[in-house]
Design a protein around this ligand. Structure first.
Ligand code: BES
Ligand code: MN
Ligand code: ZN
Length: 509
């Protein structure tokens, strides 16, 4: 059973005093001028003065370049080690995402130590927050399922300190507090994704979120969880969730997590795809790569954890989060190609391909989310299509919408977080490919532009006048290659930061 023993609040301190930790992390940039062969290096230690001359000579000897992802460790003076993390091209100010990644790479590289101070160039609360966030996000380990190899794993830092002479400013303190929450709840998303489907079922997903909500203060934080069981879903007509889950001995659920602050300025619904394992059902996926389908609940984890984070940040925006949860399996009770199901609210769908299951559970949840609610917007988050990965690769997610004003606003929010999102169209001419000869629509259509076709399917279940965003995070949700910046191998936690930022940016808009 999923447990949250591992979820500890990431604690980050801010200090303008002397560095007392084991390790000091600073930036290293290059200011190479055209024509010259050697790279001129620049130590970027923010508000901390170092003996740069001696250090630079050693760094040159070592062949340091200051490129992003480069980590160089030297013996320190007051600290055991001084760690240089690449910032790329030297500049009077650095992009917040450059700082976030540099801090994250360093945090990963010094795992196994107990404490570190990060002193990187940052002149305002946002930049300081980005460093804290990067350090906290990079400081992650998933070792719950290790036995004999557990002791070989380098444990994350127990204490992170950010050095800045702005330490006493209230907006800086707020930025550090936000970074702690972002890191902690991104770790929760990653833990849920990395937990194998033998342990993370629809039921245990609900248990884990219930526990996390309790830990966050529950009702006193304005949070409330409710869970619909499979028999309740069946009797109330949630045909999508039932159809996808009926081939599994782990029954489906619909989790609802609401955050209702006093004096809420707006209300959003966040809906996340929660397939705890996607075998493809009777359209069984090939064995190669199927193990990555434990990540098919990344959207559900992101919307739930983001809602808790929004509550802890006391954002005056109400959130109704929905996580339709099911395991897409093969058995004699599994949904057959050609079966017709009825989505919550009555629209019928011919299931041509049981591997296009995400849209079926999302349709139920989208309809439910709009029921009698005065929403200002609705956002769904899903590892929905392989076509998304083909179109945008593994690090850029897609945004589709029925309201460009809403998506443009969202894209502004995402830029602040460093999460890469790119707008994609919903071309109306592709909709006809979803017509079915027997039902209201079919669950698959034209293969070309499969990400857009999936978006058009969902659009059928959203009121035209309600601003809606569909986020396809199929590629970025799960890192199957090497760790980079603050991103580990496995679950990444993508979308959480943008969902939180959207709420924050909606307070005054
Ligand atoms: N969960 C998958 C999509 C996916 C693929 C996520 C790769 C992450 C990485 C989804 O349920 C799926 O199987 N989609 C099918 C749809 C097709 C049958 C129309 C796909 O993309 O192949
Ligand atoms: Mn599938
Ligand atoms: Zn899926």
């Amino acid at each position: 059973m999923m447990n949250l023993k591992g979820l500890t609040m990431t604690s980050i301190r801010i200090s303008d005093g002397i560095v007392k930790d084991e390790i000091l992390v600073v930036g290293l940039a290059n200011k190479s001028t055209k024509g010259s062969k050697s790279t001129a290096l620049s130590i970027e230690s923010g508000d901390l003065a170092l003996d740069n001359k001696a250090l630079l000579a050693t760094l040159q000897d070592l062949g340091a370049t200051g490129k992003a992802e480069e980590i160089i460790k030297l013996p320190g003076n007051s600290t055991r080690l001084i760690v240089f993390t690449g910032l790329g091209k030297a500049s009077p100010t650095y992009d917040n995402e450059v700082l976030r990644r540099a801090a994250g790479s360093a945090a990963r590289a010094i795992a196994g130590n107990s404490s570190a101070t990060f002193s990187l160039p940052a002149k305002n609360a946002q930049a300081i927050g980005a460093i804290a966030e990067g350090a906290g996000l990079g400081n992650y380990l998933f070792d719950r399922f290790r036995g004999s190899s557990k002791s070989e794993q380098k444990t994350p830092l127990k204490s992170i300190t950010i050095h800045s002479e702005l330490a006493k400013k209230s907006d800086v303190k707020d930025a550090i507090h936000k970074a702690e929450i972002i890191a902690t709840y991104t770790h929760l998303v990653r833990d849920l994704i990395n937990t194998p489907p033998s342990h993370l079922t629809p039921e245990t997903f609900c248990d884990a979120i219930t526990q996390a909500v309790k830990k966050a203060g529950g009702a006193s934080a304005g949070l409330k969880v409710s869970v619909m069981t499979d028999s309740q879903l069946k009797s109330k007509g949630y045909g999508g969730i039932i159809a996808v889950g009926q081939g599994s001995s782990n029954p489906p659920r619909l989790l609802q997590l609401s955050y209702s602050p006093k004096g809420a300025k707006k209300k959003f619904a966040y809906v996340g795809k929660g397939i705890t394992f996607d075998s493809g059902g009777l359209a069984l996926k090939p064995a190669k790569g199927m193990e990555a389908m434990k990540s098919d609940m990344s959207g559900a984890a992101a919307v739930c954890a983001a809602t808790i984070a929004i509550a802890l940040l006391k954002v005056p925006i109400a959130i109704e989060a929905y996580a339709p949860l099911a395991e897409n399996m093969v058995s004699d009770t599994a949904t057959r190609p050609s079966d017709v199901i009825s989505i919550y609210g009555g629209k019928t769908v011919e299931v041509i391909n049981p591997d296009a299951e995400g849209r079926l559970i999302l349709a139920d949840a989208l309809v439910k989310a709009q029921e009698g609610k005065d929403l200002d917007g609705i956002v769904d988050v899903a590892t929905l299509t392989g076509a998304q990965v083909v179109a945008l690769g593994t690090r850029t997610s897609a945004v589709m919408t029925n309201n460009t004003e809403f998506s443009e606003k969202f894209l502004v929010s995402t830029k602040k977080t460093g999460e890469a999102f790119w707008p994609m169209p919903l071309p109306i001419e592709l909709r006809a490919s979803l017509d079915s000869p027997v039902a209201d629509l079919a669950n698959i259509g034209e293969r070309m532009g499969g990400m857009l076709v999936a978006g058009l399917f969902l659009k059928d279940f959203v009121a035209d006048e309600l601003p809606w965003l569909h986020l396809d995070i199929a590629g970025p949700a799960y890192n199957e290659s090497a760790a980079h910046g603050y991103t580990p191998v496995g679950g990444t936690g993508i979308a959480l930061r943008s969902l939180v930022q959207l709420a924050l940016d909606s307070i005054s808009q």
